[in-house]
Design a protein around this ligand. Sequence first.
Ligand SMILES: Nc1nc2c(c(=O)[nH]1)N[C@H]1C(S)=C(S)[C@@H](COP(=O)(O)OP(=O)(O)OC[C@H]3O[C@@H](n4cnc5c(=O)[nH]c(N)nc54)[C@H](O)[C@@H]3O)O[C@H]1N2
Ligand SMILES: Nc1nc2c(c(=O)[nH]1)N[C@H]1C(S)=C(S)[C@@H](COP(=O)(O)OP(=O)(O)OC[C@H]3O[C@@H](n4cnc5c(=O)[nH]c(N)nc54)[C@H](O)[C@@H]3O)O[C@H]1N2
Ligand code: SF4
Ligand SMILES: [Mo]
Length: 696
Amino acid sequence: MNAPVYPRTGFSACPHDCPSTCALDVELLAENRIGRIRGAKDNDYTKGVICAKVARYAERIHNPNRLTQSLRRKGEKGSGEWQVIDFEDALDEIAEAFLKAEARLGAETVWPYYYAGTMGLVQRDGINRLRHAKKYSGFYGTICTNMAWTGYIAGAGAIAGSDPREMAKADCVVIWGTNAVATQVNVMTHAIQARKDRGAKIVAIDIYQNETMKQADLALCLKPGTDGALACAVMHVLFRDGLADRAYLAAYTDAPEALEAHLAEKTPAWAAAITGLSVAEIETFARLVGTTRRTFFRLGYGFSRQRNGAVAMHAALSIPAVSGAWQYEGGGAFHSNSGIFHLDKTAIEGLDLLDPTVRQLDQSRTGPVLTGDADALKGGPPVTAMIVQNTNPVTVCPDQTLVKRGFARDDLFVAVHEQIMTDTAKMADIVLPATMFLEHDDIYKGGGHQYLILGPKLVEPPEGCRTNHQVIAGLARRLGLDHPGFAMNEREHIDAMLQRSGWGTLADLEEKRWIDCQSDFETAHFLNGFGHPDRKFHFRVDWASVNNENYGPVGPVADMPTLPDHWAAAIEAADDAHPFRLATSPARQFLNSSFNETPSSIGREGRPELMIHPEDAASLGIAAGDLVVIGNARGEVRVHARLFEGLKRGVVISEGLWPNSAFVGGNGINTLTGADPVAPFGGAAVHDSKVWVKAV
Ligand SMILES: Nc1nc2c(c(=O)[nH]1)N[C@H]1C(S)=C(S)[C@@H](COP(=O)(O)OP(=O)(O)OC[C@H]3O[C@@H](n4cnc5c(=O)[nH]c(N)nc54)[C@H](O)[C@@H]3O)O[C@H]1N2
Ligand SMILES: Nc1nc2c(c(=O)[nH]1)N[C@H]1C(S)=C(S)[C@@H](COP(=O)(O)OP(=O)(O)OC[C@H]3O[C@@H](n4cnc5c(=O)[nH]c(N)nc54)[C@H](O)[C@@H]3O)O[C@H]1N2
Ligand code: SF4
Ligand SMILES: [Mo]
């Protein structure tokens, strides 16, 4: 074989937890060195556009602070004192700790813990094979999607929708509760295409004037947790003004008469009082979507991160079912395409070994789980051993005080497999160094689009780094597990999954780079019926039965409204002691907690701040740049004030998942967010916290 020539371009996919899952062209400078990363021009979703932080990936992958050695804790937990150890010895110690814990308290005391730091299906999900083979506690991954998906499924019966590329063919694009400029830039590519080609109107609905709102023709800035009210008033106007598509309603929906009657009182004036929008804004928006057949509702995650988030998502999704927009190209709704890929992950996840009687523990309740809350532990043994891959719970999980207390427990053994020394890795007993995406083989599926994309190994990792798959297989060997999935390598897993799923072979994919899995127009627009057994869109919801995932309903499910509504009682409304509502929106230069270690991202983001309305600041005696304390019953956080006019009074926003050490006093922003169970199936209401704010 000829030696590879440099520089050259390699093909990949962005592994980060971002709906865009961009197809990438990677400049390869040497066997172990990359240059610039660009978006693939010939992928018709990516269209050559990626975010700046991934374009600068050389900075992250060649970061001098990367972990490249296995470490064993020397001092107290979190002391930062480590001893370098051999990788194989580290795996021996982890396996031994797991066996010891299991012998004492049963297999469920071990909690393999992972999330979406990489979205690669082999590297991310392989840990489940270990879990199923050993009957360790399951990881109920709720932190991101639960309220959103539950609300969407409640209406449509599936996680799918209009082809996201159709946004470019819309006459109105409603960008609802997603800061797409920052969080999934390609939505903007397609929406702006529609504006250029067709004069389409772009509507954005958010709680502050972020970069996406600034690009909108109509920017609706409402109070957090009130989207259900806006949606109801819009549908009220559609019925009132003869803009509801009654033929469509009769053919495709379950309870149009009940809905119309239910909405009779939900007028724009009613919604204005709740949302803080004006009646005129609501009327304008309703008329626009009611008179524009090709209205594309691009529903994001942000507005679902409220305790009434599932209800809000369902209410927003109900609008195109009333207007009939689903029938038209460029119309309908889209949230995620997760439901279209029908991938058979038996070998990757060891699903043939799945025992549904083994408990699952809720990611969003990591704090309560690790501090012994009997309800969060589902009546089972305490967690005394963990391996963590691709997630940074000490930064990202709600109710951080509990999370920290849990990870600090002396009777809890924790191994963390990481690329950098995160807040979580700092609390570990053993740290293992991980490869980055360009250093291992994997395959990625779009959330915001319809492609399966190959991400092959393109460069050599630093000596010492291991793939997730290698770590899991190494542990399995030591634990005496013989599932065939442990013996296969990454490429064999990709090939087997593709073949079993009917998507061809790895060799095919290597040639094509990506597979377009889009379903046909009728299916995507639910014109052959929605995903429920009766094939109707459901306005009426029995929340406890929407889905279950072997966990069961939680929270005040019985109080959930059965028709689209504003579920006021669920959210943490401001009160005299906590006059502000805090949202913790994403930072453009970070990807959750990833990139919060790269100098250029830190440089562009500055420091942890609180955006507060100038009049609120004045009333508290706070000036721009002042250090302030934000607090509630869960704890206190110190940040610098940034006066910002683009939000409602009584709303404050702190952008970004900074390392806890970036905060004066070391309490990260999730100190203020709650780990209480969110109805109906859990999740993290990270934009729904009542707080007080004080000058220091
Ligand atoms: N740059 C960057 N990109 C990211 C991420 C990141 O951290 N940084 N995170 C990635 C991940 S994991 C995900 S899941 C996606 C999420 O991406 P999005 O779908 O965009 O969701 P969020 O980032 O949670 O919030 C989006 C917007 O919702 C707003 N919001 C909060 N509460 C409400 C409300 O009650 N109503 C309305 N209408 N809006 C509200 C927030 O202020 C924010 O501007 O982004 C991904 N992409
Ligand atoms: N306050 C507040 N909290 C939030 C949010 C919010 O908006 N506000 N957003 C929430 C959301 S939507 C999400 S999805 C979560 C995300 O939270 P996390 O899942 O923790 O997300 P990341 O920070 O993207 O990734 C975590 C780690 O994965 C590591 N990693 C990446 N690739 C690999 C790999 O191949 N192998 C290994 N071993 N490690 C790898 C990275 O180095 C990074 O440190 O945070 C949630 N928390
Ligand atoms: S983080 Fe999102 S927008 Fe940026 S390259 Fe990755 S998938 Fe694309
Ligand atoms: Mo997420």
